[in-house]
Design a protein around this ligand. Structure first.
Ligand SMILES: *Cc1c(COP(=O)(O)O)cnc(C)c1O
Length: 438
């Protein structure tokens, strides 16, 4: 036991709620402007612009390798939709109208892997492939990247391997894109990973190693195995800056989507974004991209299951990756398999804490009820993790302390964006089970 729980509880009474598995929230009094916070992030707009340009170079290859992306020219992007029927249902349940308008960002239906991991995971594999091919003199940045879709390139990438640890969706993204390029790829899956994700990967020629333990163990084993092979590249979900900038490209894309829909985001029209958080890379990277795109007019909130509140615990206590939920007696057992992480990324927590307004937790039964409600009201089917953002708008605008940070006019003009992070590829039998009809 490395943590003195009594001392921690005395200093941070909020931990009583976490330990009791009660839904709770915390708004960081130390959040600052983007300008003040940037030095801590350690990454800049230029890093995100570079990632965006790299995705453009690969777009012709992506369009060819994944025909479902042909229509968008090989750009992997999701729809932005208003969900007025769901907003009315949530208003009725809360007994008060939400100030502002509710929108959904459907990363759940991103091509390639049906989750937010089709941003960061895909991006890091492409960055690695490009570095190998250019390093070997086989590719230049101005080349037509469709040539990567050839036996010669697959044989080249076949000399290398890629490894990753995952609760499911990151493994799915990285496995599918790596296998398509020709890499040997191994995915180390935690006990939470759904059977269909493992079967899907094996059918694509991916090696899947299964663990009876949670995410941290799967990542550690993957890291160890990769260290023994100099030709193996380990994708480090707990620390990778490359994954992070891949996620961050979402910011400029969303800005263009809001412009097309003629939805203003400015001082009088704040944007609140609700992001489900596992280890933190996905929501952290997206939040960074959003801040670069919208400046201080966007407000980001992270959502976690009551059984896996690792980021709230790490940031609130300032211990970051120096503490796990298990160390304070929380089991990290949740229906939200994409968020089943007991120890947060130390990199993301430290880099982003000043840019995140708050954190809240959601009970599993609540996630499932919201899943059914969204399907009923809007005909949109998500996996449980992807609903974590949904209670956010009512929770946040209803918190007297946080609500006072904005004027009543700002609340009335607000746009609330729930980031739906996964579910588009869940098999129908499994979805029927979630929906309670099987
Ligand atoms: C991975 C994942 C997240 C969170 O991303 P992290 O980088 O782990 O914080 C959220 N929702 C779903 C469905 C995911 O698969």
């Amino acid at each position: 036991m490395t943590v003195d729980t009594h001392a921690l509880l005395a200093r941070y009474p909020l931990l009583h709620d976490l330990i009791a598995l009660r839904e709770t929230q915390w708004f960081n009094p130390a959040s600052t402007t983007l300008h003040q916070a940037l030095p801590w992030v350690g990454l800049t707009r230029r890093d995100v612009d570079e990632a965006s340009a790299r995705l453009q170079r690969f777009a012709p290859w992506i369009a060819q390798a994944f025909p479902e992306t042909a229509e968008s020219g090989g750009i992997i992007e999701s729809e932005l939709v208003a969900i007025p029927a769901m907003q009315r249902a949530l208003d009725a349940a809360a007994g008060r109208p939400l100030p502002g308008t509710l929108w959904l960002k459907k990363d759940s239906h991103l091509p390639v892997s049906g989750s937010i991991k089709a941003r960061g995971g895909v991006y890091e594999v492409l960055a690695h492939a490009e570095a190998l091919a250019t390093g070997a003199g086989l590719l230049t940045p101005d080349a037509d990247y469709r040539q990567l879709d050839s036996d010669a390139f697959r044989a080249f990438f076949g000399q290398y391997s890629i490894a990753v640890g995952s609760t499911g969706n990151l493994g799915l993204s990285i496995g599918l894109i790596s296998a398509r390029l020709g890499f040997n790829v191994t995915v180390h899956m935690s006990a939470d990973a759904r059977a269909w994700k493992k079967a899907r990967l094996r059918a694509s020629g991916v090696r899947v190693v299964e663990y009876a333990e949670d995410y941290s163990v799967a990542v550690e084993q993957g890291r160890r195995e990769a260290q023994q092979d100099p030709r193996c590249f380990f994708i480090d979900d707990e620390n990778s800056r490359t994954l992070f900038v891949g996620y961050a490209v979402a910011g400029e894309r969303l800005k263009a989507q809001f412009a097309t829909q003629r939805i203003p985001v400015d001082a009088d029209h704040p944007l609140f974004v609700y992001l489900p958080c596992g280890v933190g890379g996905g929501p952290g990277g997206v939040a960074f991209g959003l801040k670069l795109a919208f400046g201080d007019h966007v407000h980001c909130l992270f959502a976690e299951p009551t059984h896996s509140p690792c980021m709230l615990l790490g940031v609130h206590t300032g211990l970051h990756d120096g503490i796990s939920v298990q160390e304070i007696g929380i089991d990290n057992q949740t229906l939200a398999d994409g968020l089943a992480v007991g120890r947060a990324s130390g990199f993301v927590g430290r880099a982003m804490e000043r840019l995140i307004d708050g954190y809240y937790t959601v009970d599993d039964a609540h996630l499932l009820a919201l899943l059914r409600q969204l399907h009923q009201q809007e005909g949109i089917a998500l996996e449980p993790s992807a609903l974590a953002g949904m209670p956010g708008p009512q929770r946040v605008s209803g918190d007297t302390g946080y609500a006072a940070r904005f004027s009543p006019e700002q609340w009335q003009n607000a746009t609330h964006l729930v980031w739906a992070t996964g579910g588009g590829m869940v098999p129908p039998e499994e979805m029927a089970h979630y929906l309670g009809v099987a």
